[in-house]
Ligand binder design. Structure first.
Ligand SMILES: Cc1cc2nc3c(=O)[nH]c(=O)nc-3n(C[C@H](O)[C@H](O)[C@H](O)COP(=O)(O)OP(=O)(O)OC[C@H]3O[C@@H](n4cnc5c(N)ncnc54)[C@H](O)[C@@H]3O)c2cc1C
Length: 491
């Protein structure tokens, strides 16, 4: 069967595009490399998820020194959204503009263009804030008393309103995958349309190549999967994530003589960003009684590219437990773990062309991830100030805080690599999501983001996916008699 659109990947961008396109009546095929996650409770099991990392990909890459690095990617239906903390936040209007002093590229359009798609994504994923819990409330009040620069904002999350009635899930959503479907994610969007006859979702299908049209390399005719199967379509959407979509495109352009002719080739894989991130564990003299924890966003007037949020549920507790060697008695590990608050500090990193993903690093045949924070020193400096400020202030309040900077293998917030822009000489996809110079190849994942802002990227990736699909497929209709009204997933 020939499809109208093949979507490679089912994470935030792929699922949003599939959700919309299916409702326009297009024949859509989603090819997902991973399998659906098990519903047997193992995705909530801290030993399997945190300590043994059983659900992480094991693909070896090479870093800029040529050493093997294994990015913490997730290959499963729904992609990384199955594991995310569901903090679903909009970028600010100013974060769509270039910021030369911080080395940030601009978007080809302003916030207003994405606003209706943000609205829709929030409704679809039932994004809402939860009441701030007492422990966090006390920490924030203490910080604000000491430093008038701190400001707080409710943190909107895509969690079922009754999640607190399911303690295991309420304590395990950030870094874990919901078994009962209490977290809105990419699979949730696919579930809403998967009954439609014009949508096919195939899992365990790793796309290895885009296939050229016999007479015109600027058109693709379909894709080839690692098991030798081929699928044909009028258009292909790359939604494999910021680490993987650029590899497919780079390989295609090189193998089909387009590297020399398409100016955008020079930008493929470049401007990789993943936020400058630090996990901070603050030990309280009291046991932590907050449950959700991820209820508030902290901003600081003097740190305009940074935010602080809490790690959700008991992720901090599990991180602390994982640090204790087996000889430490369980009760002692419990004492420490039960007093741990997890804070997640993020600063937008600037964009540098040499920070990049390579389909092949040298002659190794392995993909390469070349990233050096030294290339974006302004971000490094602001992040150092953020960590120092918070750590010192917490200490004065009686919280002893340890930190761990997230290394390049921490690819949770991977962005950039196929950035959108108007000029093919400086970007890869145009403002509508089509690869410059290609007739029918589009991108719908984190790789299009020229800026990643100071907050987590998933809501913006969903919004981009909805927008791309509505430009490509037009308005949704009432095809097979099912209403296309946009209701919250919990409605
Ligand atoms: C632990 C964790 C916590 C996070 N918390 C938050 C949060 O609270 N808020 C937030 O906004 N963001 C959060 N994120 C980040 C968020 O999950 C990502 O930004 C988002 O999922 C990226 O969407 P994507 O579509 O770009 O890629 P992905 O979600 O990674 O999806 C890409 C998909 O493509 C598939 N794929 C890859 N290669 C191929 C191939 N060759 N063929 C077929 N399929 C392929 C993958 O298996 C995957 O399913 C978190 C991430 C993690 C890991």
């Amino acid at each position: 069967m020939r499809y109208d659109v093949i979507i490679i990947g089912s994470g935030a961008g792929g699922s949003a595009a599939a959700y919309h396109l299916t409702q326009t009546g297009k024949r859509v095929l989603v090819l997902e490399k991973g399998m659906p996650l098990p519903k047997d409770g193992s995705t909530l099991d801290a030993d399997k998820v945190v300590r043994r990392g059983l659900f992480l990909a094991d693909e070896p890459w090479l870093d800029r020194q040529g050493k093997v690095a294994v990015p913490e990617e997730h290959f499963n239906l729904g992609g990384k959204t199955k594991w995310y903390g569901a903090a679903l936040l909009r970028f600010g209007p100013r974060e769509f503009e270039a910021d030369d002093r911080h080395r940030c590229l601009g978007w080809p359009f302003g916030y207003n263009e994405l606003e209706t798609y943000y609205d829709e994504a929030e409704r679809l994923l039932s994004v809402q804030p939860f009441p701030v819990e007492p422990g966090l409330r006390e920490i924030v009040a203490g910080l604000k008393r000491r430093d008038a620069g701190w400001r707080e904002q409710p943190l909107s999350v895509g969690l079922a309103p009754d999640i607190l009635q399911h303690p295991l899930e309420a304590r395990h959503f950030d870094g874990f995958a919901s078994v009962r479907g209490l977290k809105a994610d990419g699979e949730t969007l696919l579930d809403r349309v998967r009954h439609r006859p014009n949508l096919e979702i195939l899992t365990g299908k790793a796309v290895t190549e885009l296939l050229p049209h016999p007479h015109d390399g600027t058109r693709v005719s379909g894709v080839l999967c690692s098991d030798g199967t081929r699928y044909e379509a009028e258009a292909v959407i790359l939604a494999a994530g910021a680490l993987h979509s650029p590899r497919l495109l780079q390989t295609y352009l090189e193998q089909n003589g387009l590297a020399a002719t398409l100016p955008c080739y020079a930008n493929v894989g470049r401007y990789y960003k993943f936020h400058v991130l630090t996990a901070m564990i603050a030990f309280s003299h009291r046991r932590v009684s907050d449950v959700l924890c991820k209820t508030l966003l902290l901003l600081h007037d003097e740190l305009p590219h940074s935010t602080v949020q809490t790690l959700g549920g008991n992720l901090a507790e599990e991180i602390v437990r994982a640090q204790f060697p087996g000889i430490v008695p369980g009760w002692l590990a419990d004492e420490f773990a039960g007093r741990a608050y997890g804070l997640f500090l993020q600063t937008e990193d600037g964009s540098h062309p040499d920070n990049r993903v390579l389909a092949r690093a040298g002659d190794s045949g392995r993909p390469g991830l070349d990233y050096d924070l030294g290339r974006v020193p302004e971000a490094a400096e602001e992040h150092r100030r953020l960590v120092r400020t918070l750590q010192q202030q917490l200490l004065r309040m009686g919280y002893l805080a340890g930190t761990r900077s997230i290394p390049i293998t921490g690819t949770a917030h991977a962005c950039g690599t196929l950035v959108t822009g108007r000029d093919p000489a400086t970007s890869v996809v145009d403002a509508s999501g089509r690869v410059h110079g290609m007739e029918n190849v589009y991108v719908s994942d984190g790789s299009v983001l020229p800026r990643s802002s100071r907050v987590n990227p998933a809501l913006t990736i969903y919004a981009w996916g909805l927008r791309l699909a509505s430009l490509l497929g037009g308005k949704r209709g009432n095809h097979d008699g099912v209403s296309s009204r946009v209701d919250s997933v919990w409605a």
